[in-house]
Write a protein that binds this ligand. Structure first.
Ligand code: PHE
Length: 338
């Protein structure tokens, strides 16, 4: 019996020492101390011993059980501490790492240019007004002196929704909407999206315009020239040549197109200006009296001028962008440059 116990103890100690996780220790515990465990079995078989040996053997078995329980507990505490340590190391967070910078957004280059244009005109006393993009034929064409079937309607290839509803092809309808509600003096700019059936490297079916309108008692072509010169100098820098070319728009008379000396070659001639040295950037003119009459203005009491520009074109010239589609693709490699 003693032999047996010593043997059992040796074996148990070896197994407990070798165990390297708590799960295994638990198995060992069951194996010796469980209901069907070896030590429990020994206790049960005491009945087969001669009565005078029983107390001594009983004491030994109980002692061994106490030792075994103690040793197991000790090892469990050990292993648990080791496992905790291992997890702490594995899941450690290095709080000395610098945090990740959140990416800062910024304005799209088109909006940057649009803001700049607005700021220049606001500085000259213009008010910013917006109007609908889905517009009536009346405001987009008729009230601007473009009756149905007028040949100059073809100047702007238009998206029609029904016979008399369309996607505005210019922001000029906003000037009519404002004049219908407000008597002179009127001094507004109308920025916004416009739509035309057109798509290539320099044309997009949706683009942005800023239109200006000033109507007052004595507004002259000289005022128009002065304001546009001030605008061009503010946006492209001072000392750049400007020229007014006679042109035609149905709602202005006389009309002009305004060119600036090429930003890329300073007027020497290059690919961007088609070797002319000039870039067209604005349409303008004195508001045709018929347009003023249609909104009920007394043309003996007031006159005005209007001008219009494409925001994409100004952005492309300002930043040397040669394909308008870059402005709409939202490629971060492109946008990050602004
Ligand atoms: N609305 C014209 C266009 O889109 C531009 C323009 C505006 C011309 C105002 C003259 C006066 O072509």
């Amino acid at each position: 019996m003693r032999e047996k116990l010593r043997h059992l103890k040796d074996e148990a100690w070896r197994r407990i020492t070798e165990a390297d996780d708590t799960g295994e220790l638990d198995k060992i515990r069951v194996c010796y101390l469980g209901k069907k465990g070896e030590l429990t079995g020994l206790l049960r078989s005491m009945g087969s011993l001669p009565p005078d040996e029983r107390p001594e053997v009983g004491k030994m078995v109980n002692e061994l059980r106490g030792q075994l329980e103690g040793f197991l507990k000790e090892r469990i505490v050990d292993l648990e501490a080791r496992e905790l340590q291992r997890r702490l190391e594995l899941e450690a967070i290095d709080i000395t790492l610098p945090g990740r910078q959140p990416a800062f957004g910024r304005k799209h280059p088109l909006n940057q240019v649009l803001d700049e244009i607005k700021a220049i005109f606001i500085g000259m006393g213009f008010e910013v007004v917006e109007g609908p993009e889905v517009e009536l034929d009346y405001y987009n064409f008729e009230a601007l002196n473009l009756p149905p079937d007028h040949p100059t309607r073809d100047m702007q290839d238009t998206f029609f929704i029904t016979d008399d509803i369309l996607l505005r092809s210019q922001t000029s309808p906003v000037q009519i909407r404002v004049m219908e509600k407000q008597r002179p003096p009127v001094r507004i700019i109308a920025p916004g999206k416009v739509y035309r059936v057109d798509f290539d490297a320099t044309h997009s079916p949706m683009f942005h315009q800023v239109e200006g309108l000033l109507v007052d008692e004595r507004t002259t072509f000289g005022d128009l020239k002065g304001i546009l010169r001030a605008f061009i100098e503010a946006i492209f820098g001072e000392g750049r040549g400007i020229r007014f070319r006679p042109s035609f728009f149905p709602f202005t008379e006389p009309s002009a197109e305004i060119d600036v000396e090429c930003i890329m070659c300073n007027g020497r001639g290059c690919r961007v200006c088609s070797h002319t040295g000039w870039l067209e950037i604005l349409g303008a003119g004195m508001v045709d009296p018929r347009v003023l009459q249609m909104v009920g203005y007394d043309v003996d009491q007031c006159q005005g001028f209007a001008f219009g520009m494409g925001v994409e074109r100004i952005a492309m010239l300002k930043y040397g962008i040669d394909d308008i589609r870059l402005l709409f693709e939202n490629d971060m490699r492109f946008l990050n440059q602004f």
